[in-house]
Write a protein that binds this ligand. Sequence first.
Ligand SMILES: NC(=O)c1ccc[n+]([C@@H]2O[C@H](COP(=O)([O-])OP(=O)(O)OC[C@H]3O[C@@H](n4cnc5c(N)ncnc54)[C@H](O)[C@@H]3O)[C@@H](O)[C@H]2O)c1
Ligand SMILES: [Zn+2]
Ligand SMILES: [Zn+2]
Length: 364
Amino acid sequence: MSNTMKASVTKGLGQGFVVEEVELAEPIGHEVRVQVKASGLCHSDLSVATFLGGEFPMVLGHEVAGVVTQVGPAATQVAVGDHVAGCLIQYCGSCVNCLSGRTHICLHPEATLRTADQPSRLTWNGAPVAQRFLAGFAQEALIHENQLAVIPDEMPWAPAALLGCGVLTGAGAVLNSAGVQQGETVVVIGAGGVGMNAVSGARLAGAEKIIITDIEDDKLERARAFGATHTVNSRTTDPVEAVREITGHGADHVFDFVGVRPVTAQGIQMLGKGGGLYLIGVGGTDAGIDVNVKAISNAQKVQGVYMGSSNLKRDIPFFASMYLQGRMNLDDLVSKEISLTDIDSGYEALKDGHTARVVITDLS
Ligand SMILES: NC(=O)c1ccc[n+]([C@@H]2O[C@H](COP(=O)([O-])OP(=O)(O)OC[C@H]3O[C@@H](n4cnc5c(N)ncnc54)[C@H](O)[C@@H]3O)[C@@H](O)[C@H]2O)c1
Ligand SMILES: [Zn+2]
Ligand SMILES: [Zn+2]
């Protein structure tokens, strides 16, 4: 098997994504070699490439689905030929948090990486290239088996790529972090690619009222195809009043996918007695909330959320199953399919409000 492949390399802050011939190392330990079939464009990769930075050159990408072509000597959880979806949650499997089932807050996430004295997984022109997240913007990737879940062979590639990030984050927040019960009321603030999956999660949970708020009517309209029962344009309608009117006594759960102070403050005001506000969106460095204790004195709570409190080995196959049974809409999330050479223009397209998600499916 040749170890040379095409990867989209980010050479410096703001320098975009350029396809180069990159060397992939042989899998060691628990590493798995994956032939990438689909790779989603996520805002987090763009943030690293444009302002957060890191070790350059780097290969980004973490919304990966593909086929296992080789496994390291210690890998036992996946086999050659398996269809897999990747996830950026890194966990060791043996710390106290992992052992209590909370792998998303593992205390030793570095366990899935190579150590500094081991050769880099990726090299370009003989020099190391940083693997950022899963380095999924490439024809192949070396990924620790803990970061891969096996999915059914009949799962199509483009929606499969979304399972490990947007789907886990949105639907996981509802099902795992909040534990929404049947008959409860849910508000989703922000009808973007991740918020849509919270709507899907609320439908799976049997929520009676699923209210979505956004500032753009076409996004609100799209949300109905995912299961929203009520839509509120917060540019033209006071969303707090609207939610109080629809629910009668305030919401049981509010999920904030926007993360700017005035919006988050509205989230608190939407809560009914015992309700919970879940913070997922990070709208800027100043994202946050000032909580007046009186405003939450009816047993309300506010919680930060990481990756939908997901257990990727359990939840990725579950959501794939829900999709295959027609109980979860992922098709309407894939707005555009592109080739590996078109990542820059793919991110341009994402700025357009009509595009939910862009997925690389041409990796030739
Ligand atoms: N915590 C995590 O684990 C995690 C993981 C992935 C993504 N995220 C975050 O989730 C957030 C949502 O991601 P996304 O891909 O859906 O983004 P997106 O840009 O597709 O969606 C955001 C939506 O919010 C809407 N919006 C903007 N201002 C609003 C306002 N004042 N009121 C109501 N709606 C408003 C926009 O119109 C848009 O539809 C991002 O901040 C992202 O960083 C968090
Ligand atoms: Zn992502
Ligand atoms: Zn751990």
